[in-house]
Every structure is written in C-alpha cells, then in structure tokens.
Design a protein around this ligand. Structure first.
Ligand code: URA
Length: 276
C-alpha cells in the first residue's frame, strides 16, 4: 500500500472552507482537552467545583463574563436587562456590553438591525452570516439582496422596513445556533420587536418562526399562516415565510413566497385603514 501524500496548504484551506471553517479564532491551535477551565475533572478528579453565579441586576451584566456564567444565570440576566431597556439605542448598548452569549467572542461585531425603527413592518431572520458579520448589518449578503427584492415587491425598501435577527452575532462558520444560544438571545429580540412595535412582523424561515411564534411545525406548514405575536402589551399580526437563503437554493418556492408577500401587503393596507 502506498502512503497518501500529505495535502498541500491550499488543499487543506479548501477542505476547511468546504467544511464551513472560514475564520481563524486564534493564531495558535488550542488543546481544549488540556484546558483545566474546561476539563477540571481530568486534572482534579476529587475536587468539587464551586458553583459560580452572576448577579442578576442589569448593571452587573457587563462584568459578568460568559465563562463564569451558568447558562441559566446568563439567560436570566439577559431577560431582566432586556425587559427594562427603554429604547432601541439602550437595547443595542446593552447587547454591546453583554457577555452572556459565547457567540460574541467569535463574531467580529454585533449585528443589531437595519432599516427604519418607525417602520410598520419588521422582518426577522435567524443569525448573521459572513458578510453581515463584516458589515455589522443584517441581510447584506446574497440572501439580503433577495430580501431587498422581496421588500420591493410590496412597495417598500430599507427606509420603510426594519430588519433584525433572532441572534445578533454570527455563529462561527455559519453553524446553526444552539438552542441555548437562541434562548440566551431571545429576550433581546423580543424587546426589539416590542420597541419597534410594527403593524406586521414577518419571520423568515424555520428557526425564526419556531422561536418567535412558539410553534414546532415546519416552515412548509407555517408559511403563509397568520399568527398573533403577543408582546405582553399588544398582539402583533405575524406571518411566517421562507428564508431568502432557502429561496435561493429552491427557487420553485418563490411562487409561494410571492403569495405570502401579497398577504403581507394586504395586511399593511388593512392596518392603515382599520374598519370601524
Ligand atoms: N441570514 C439570516 O438569517 N440573517 C442575516 O442577517 C443574513 C443571512
């Protein structure tokens, strides 16, 4: 048997890229198995680790590092801080200093929102991708271009629509956010929706739909259906539709997305002139 020749650096990089690894986190590789912070039991089998908690007051959040936070405590802190954010600017500032979600440490920057905070319609996707991470704005890559065309189809643009994501930091290599990351970020997007207070909320794709509209059904069943999104103080009409990235992969579903857009346009019209 002849041994296979070692891959070239170029082949290795191509392999990484294909596997979704498109950003370097550190200059040197890290052996996680030898890290006592991560693998305490391997080093000190008999030692019981003290339970570390973070204070639940919003003011204490900047100091609460992700590695010190038990997931439940991080979620709790996020919830309490988000609930009292008085404005979108305050919510953004809170996220800028919030260290309870590990995605922040691998992302380049926060991707908070784009568009008009006074808009009557709000679109929510899943999480930023590579281009969004670089620019700090949601939906600026290929799927963003299609989203722009979808918004144009109902006679609007980014100056009359508001766009955000459930998760405001790019997951490394565009991996799917974990349920825990989603739960940690959820109170922030909930508050963002409440503060924008649109007439119509549009969830783009399965993850955003399932997370925000509390359904376990898939997008094939939920798309085109109206839901009530309850902010606690008001019910907002919400419609699920396909994620533009999905439409790029499966253009045959654009027809259905078009029907959804027609329904959205009608709902906006009705909201303008409510029947007495
Ligand atoms: N996909 C998303 O869900 N959000 C973005 O901002 C970009 C791509």
């Amino acid at each position: 048997m002849t041994p296979e020749s070692a891959p070239t650096v170029q082949q290795l990089l191509a392999f990484y890229l294909e596997s979704g690894v498109d950003c370097a986190l550190t200059d040197e590789p890290v052996n996680r198995l030898s890290d006592p912070e991560i693998m305490p039991a391997a080093r000190e089998p008999a030692q019981v680790q003290p339970v570390r908690t973070i204070p639940a007051t919003p003011a204490a959040i900047p100091a609460a590092r992700a590695e010190a936070a038990a997931p439940e405590a991080a979620i709790q802190s996020a919830r309490e801080a988000a609930r009292i954010a008085p404005s979108l600017e305050a919510l953004r500032a809170l996220l800028e200093t919030f260290d309870g979600c590990a995605l922040k440490s691998t992302a380049t920057r926060l991707v908070f929102a784009d568009g008009n905070p006074q808009a009557r319609i709000m679109f929510v996707g899943e999480a930023p991708g590579r281009e969004e991470d670089i620019e700090g704005l949601p939906f600026v890559g290929r799927s963003g271009k299609l989203l722009d065309r979808m918004i144009a189809a109902i006679g609007l643009d980014r100056s009359s629509a508001y766009i955000a994501n459930v998760i405001p930091w790019r997951p490394p290599g565009n991996r799917t956010p974990t349920p825990q990351e989603t739960q940690i970020c959820l109170p922030f997007i909930q508050r963002q929706i409440e503060l924008v207070n649109p007439d119509v909320l549009v969830t783009l794709g399965n993850p955003s739909t399932q997370t925000l509209l509390s359904t376990r059904e898939g997008i094939m069943k939920t798309r085109g259906r109206w839901f009530d999104y309850d902010t606690g103080t008001r019910k907002i009409r919400a419609l699920a539709t396909f994620h533009p990235a999905y439409l790029l992969r499966s253009p045959s579903y654009k027809k259905m997305a078009w029907l959804d857009l027609r329904a959205i346009a009608q709902a906006l019209e009705q909201a303008k002139t409510p029947s007495s």
